[in-house]
Design a protein around this ligand. Structure first.
Ligand code: FAD
Length: 462
């Protein structure tokens, strides 16, 4: 078997993994980024907005690597805007085609050694440490050794292979549905916004007091109109969509979420499709879902063209490169982030990343739990939620963090994943500098200082 020696190995190149790899490399660690798929960025390439970066009061709550990534998008002409959804959150819209250029620029620019089409298949364990990860690609197996590892696989593959403890799947008889994001170009914002202004009953608005700010529904749709962007959420229980579901034209869904990706192409990203699986990690189930999801994409786009002003001349312009999984494994770490941590906007002295997204749990059919964070504020994600309790030199980042199911329903969004990634990569690099594989010896205070110096936002927000 080939052997490659690094200081840091990051498994998974979604939002969390790219931020972790960049942070580790910038802090002096020789870093490998291992990605099973053919591209860097995961869901960042689908066109979905970055949630969890700006709280419902409009304050940025994360910075650092995410700021650099968005600056690159801006320079390349692919930054749309921070927008208010006038429902629950503020989010960041960008062009995913430009993001496909910005991410490699950021990652290669930091000096990361990228391994695409390479799957982590096993680990070599040495007591409480992982000594190496075995990866497989068309060249066969390679052992990647490092003093520490970041599990940013989304599914906690590395921790699972290392025998780490996973949290019980409470409420996971029905994991959140899988979805296929898609994009449509040629959408005219003006007629769409006129329609919404005339029919507030069709759209989801003002679900958080911080966003509503005492406005009536009619006043809120006026704000959506004034914002001037195709940023509209048609409700599954509103007259337009519920009737289409009842007559079988649309499949049961909680919302059709429409968000801008590229004003010159008049393009929007649409989040609506859904298939409930018993186990999203079972290849047969996931593969079977693809068939239904692409059929739903076809139905939803036809429904919009046929029924929603502004879509008359729109065409399908892109499908996500993969079926999107919202939840699978979560590790048990030193701290389990709780529902109260999230909903009460708790701040902590050992916080190394932040979140602000509502508890957002999609359910089968038309169901979805949406509970806003108190006061439209943000909560801290402690270092302990990233440290698997039984492994010394692995840190997780992203949606496999140690969190209750409800807390995960908030922290899973890409803003929080990017912030966790920066914290995880920086931690590994700091541990290496003090010549120790034990990540706990770095301490949250030292990590927080370095993160602050490098642009992360840890203090001073609601
Ligand atoms: C349909 C859908 C809509 C969503 N909408 C939004 C939204 O609007 N805004 C928002 O902010 N968030 C949204 N989310 C949530 C968010 O996209 C994800 O939770 C987030 O991207 C997770 O990032 P991650 O880096 O933890 O994991 P992932 O993005 O899943 O990345 C993990 C990466 O690891 C790789 N990998 C996995 N196992 C291995 C292995 N063994 N070896 C090598 N590589 C491996 C995978 O190929 C993948 O690229 C949505 C999610 C879905 C599914």
């Amino acid at each position: 078997m080939h052997i490659k020696i690094y200081d840091a190995v990051v498994i998974g190149a979604g939002s969390a993994g790219i931020a972790a790899a960049v942070a580790a490399a910038r802090n002096g660690a020789r870093t490998a980024l291992v990605e099973a798929g053919p591209s860097l960025g995961g869901e960042l390439l689908t066109g979905m907005t970055i949630d969890g970066a700006i709280n419902a009061r409009g304050e940025w709550i994360i910075g650092g690597v995410v700021g650099d990534l968005l600056d690159l998008c801006r320079k390349l002409g692919g930054f749309v805007a921070p927008l208010n959804d006038w429902r629950l959150i503020h989010y960041v819209a960008y062009d995913p085609e430009i993001m496909k250029i910005a991410i490699p620029q950021l990652v290669f620019g930091a000096g990361v050694d990228v391994h695409l089409n390479t799957f982590a298949t096993d680990v070599v364990r040495d007591g409480n440490r992982v000594a190496g990860v075995i990866v497989r690609n068309k060249n066969g197996n390679t052992l990647l050794t490092a003093s520490a590892f970041v599990d940013a696989s989304g599914d906690a593959d590395l921790c699972s292979m290392a025998g780490g403890t996973m949290l019980p799947h409470e409420g996971m008889d029905n994991p959140q549905p899988v979805s296929m994001m898609f994009r449509m170009a040629g959408v005219d914002a003006e007629p769409l916004l006129d329609f919404v202004r005339a029919h507030p009953e069709h759209v989801a608005v003002g679900e958080s007091d911080a966003i509503r700010g005492g406005r009536t529904d009619a006043e809120i749709v006026e704000e959506i109109y004034r914002q001037g962007q195709p940023c509209v959420f048609f409700r599954g229980d509103g007259p337009l969509l519920s009737k289409a579901i009842a007559r079988g034209e649309m499949y049961p869904t909680a919302l059709i979420m429409i968000q801008p990706t590229c004003p010159p192409r008049k393009e929007v990203c649409i989040n609506s499709t859904r298939v409930s699986l018993k186990d999203p990690l079972a290849p047969a189930e996931l593969s079977g879902a693809l068939r239904t999801l692409v059929e739903q994409v076809h139905r939803c786009s036809a429904f919009l063209v046929g029924n929603v002003p502004g879509f008359a001349h729109a065409t399908l312009s892109g499908l996500a490169p993969r079926v999107g999984i919202r939840e699978s494994r979560r590790i048990e770490g030193d701290h389990v982030l709780t529902r109260d941590d999230v909903l009460e906007a708790r701040k902590r002295e050992d916080g190394v990343a932040k979140g602000c997204h509502h508890v957002d749990i999609h359910q089968a059919g038309t169901g979805q739990i949406r509970i806003p964070v108190a006061g439209g504020g943000s909560y801290d994600i402690p270092l302990g939620s990233l440290l698997p309790k039984d492994i010394d030199n692995v840190v997780v980042a992203g949606r496999c963090l140690s969190a209750s199911r409800d807390a995960h329903g908030s922290a899973r969004v890409m803003g929080s994943c990017l912030a966790m990634g920066q914290a995880a990569g920086t931690l590994v690099a700091l541990a290496r500098r003090q010549n120790g594989p034990d990540l706990r010896s770095v301490g949250s205070a030292r990590l927080r200082n370095t993160l602050r110096e490098q642009g992360a936002i840890l203090d001073g927000t609601a």
